[in-house]
Design a protein around this ligand. Sequence first.
Ligand SMILES: *[C@@H]1O[C@H](CO)[C@@H](O)[C@H](O)[C@H]1NC(C)=O
Ligand SMILES: *[C@@H]1O[C@H](CO)[C@@H](O)[C@H](O)[C@H]1NC(C)=O
Ligand SMILES: *[C@@H]1O[C@H](CO)[C@@H](O)[C@H](O)[C@H]1NC(C)=O
Ligand SMILES: *[C@@H]1O[C@H](CO)[C@@H](O)[C@H](O)[C@H]1NC(C)=O
Ligand SMILES: *[C@@H]1O[C@H](CO)[C@@H](O)[C@H](O)[C@H]1NC(C)=O
Length: 490
Amino acid sequence: MEQVTKYLIIIASLMSVELTFTESKYEAVTNHIRYDYIPIFINVCDIEDRRSRVHCYCDSNKPKLATRADCWVFSGGITEEDPIWPNFSSQTEIEHLTFNVRSDDALTFVPAKAIVRLDKLKHLTIQFGTIKRITPYAFTNSSTIRQIVLKSNKISSLDKHSFSQMMMLSNLSLDDNQISELKRDVFFNLPNLHILHLSNNNLSLIHEGCFKHLNNLIELNLDYNYISVVTREMLEGLENLSRLNMRNNKLTMIGNLAFTDLWELKELMLDNNAIEFVSERAFGGLAQLRRLTLSGNRIATFYEDILEHITGLVDLDLRDNLLSTISFETIRPFLENDKSISAAVYLEGNPLECDCRLSWIYALRNETRHNSLRGALEKVSCVVDTALERRIEEPDDAHIEAANDNILSDDNYEYDYKEDYAERVKHKMSKAKKLTDIPLEMLPCPKELKETIEESYGHPVQNEIRLKAFSKVTRISPSLSLVLLLSLLF
Ligand SMILES: *[C@@H]1O[C@H](CO)[C@@H](O)[C@H](O)[C@H]1NC(C)=O
Ligand SMILES: *[C@@H]1O[C@H](CO)[C@@H](O)[C@H](O)[C@H]1NC(C)=O
Ligand SMILES: *[C@@H]1O[C@H](CO)[C@@H](O)[C@H](O)[C@H]1NC(C)=O
Ligand SMILES: *[C@@H]1O[C@H](CO)[C@@H](O)[C@H](O)[C@H]1NC(C)=O
Ligand SMILES: *[C@@H]1O[C@H](CO)[C@@H](O)[C@H](O)[C@H]1NC(C)=O
């Protein structure tokens, strides 16, 4: 009996050995089958297949733990249908996702099939790709994305609703692309968009009302484009805009009330355009404006009341224009603003004429407590005519007396009038001297100039002071005239 049991036990154990053996064999077979026929998710943070066209480096390789993924897309013409995209559901915690594209045509679309699987995605960057066009709802109406950066992608067209239905989107950068036109309704239902960058594109056509859904936009960069006109209709709806950068475009004039709907605008940058004309009410409505930069344009005249209602202006840049003079009246509103704040007006690089119309600069330089303003004023240079040049070289009283009655001889230089205007200005500028290096009493102040200056000061007391200030060339000592001028200025 005992032997029978022993025998049975041996058989049983043998059977179980056999059983486990076949079981493991079976497992190996099914595994093999699964791998071949049932789709499995590969971990996008741990792609072992060297032939894969996408490789991602993540802050964690474990499934569903990565929050940042830096993905590289290699050449090979990956398509929107590629099986790799749905595999992003292996890492649903990704918040920061970047695609760096390594060669032309490696990525020509926004990988919507990946984005749609990422419920926590906050920042999306795609750079150096060749995405030519952004299609409607390209970002799958993501309700979590806060920032989209699509720098350097050769994007040339934006479809209607290409950026839309993204409740959290706050920053959008499309810098360094080839967008030539902004249509209406490209930006749609983006209630949180605060920053929009479109620098260095090919923009020349901005349709009326194309920003009208961006009521919460705070910063708009349109610099380095080909925009030649700015109108009120174009900027419609930007009622919360605080900063507008339109540097390096092709603007030739600023018409009346172009920015008037931008009630909250604090900084307006219009440098390096070709602006020749600024209308009298060009900046009308910009009650909040603090900084206005217009350097590198072709402005020859600046209306005296252009700045009149801009009560908050503290920074005015008019460098490198064609101004032949600038009156104290023009910048008076600016100087009357809050003096506790460091204000500065920049005028260097203009072919200003050295005459008594600029004497306010001496006074202001001596009076101001702000180094920035003093420094800026000391850099102002003006064009010296030959008579003045002689006087500076050999100052003597006779010359100074003569200066008073001198008619300003503007065009003493031998210009070739066929020369480009800019060339002539350059020639003129080569004769420029630092204004404050010239003694105030040497500045010529012909009679008719004095009269027009006096006319522009309405108040009788001011008139009197002005009169004395400007007759400094004769009797009143320079220091006294300064004091008088200062009492007017402040
Ligand atoms: C994940 O990627 C692998 C390899 O590219 C692919 O075979 C598989 O179909 C993908 N999974 C899904 C769900 O698409
Ligand atoms: C996004 O929203 C639009 C408009 O509501 C809808 O037509 C479109 O199908 C949505 N797209 C996705 C991918 O959900
Ligand atoms: C948007 O950009 C600004 C300035 O570049 C940055 O300070 C801010 O953190 C960004 N916001 C988001 C949500 O990415
Ligand atoms: C950019 O715009 C100009 C005209 O505004 C055009 O001649 C040029 O071909 C455009 N370039 C690209 C890359 O679209
Ligand atoms: C402008 O921004 C302020 C806060 O920055 C906000 O309270 C207001 O609603 C915004 N205005 C509009 C028209 O969206």
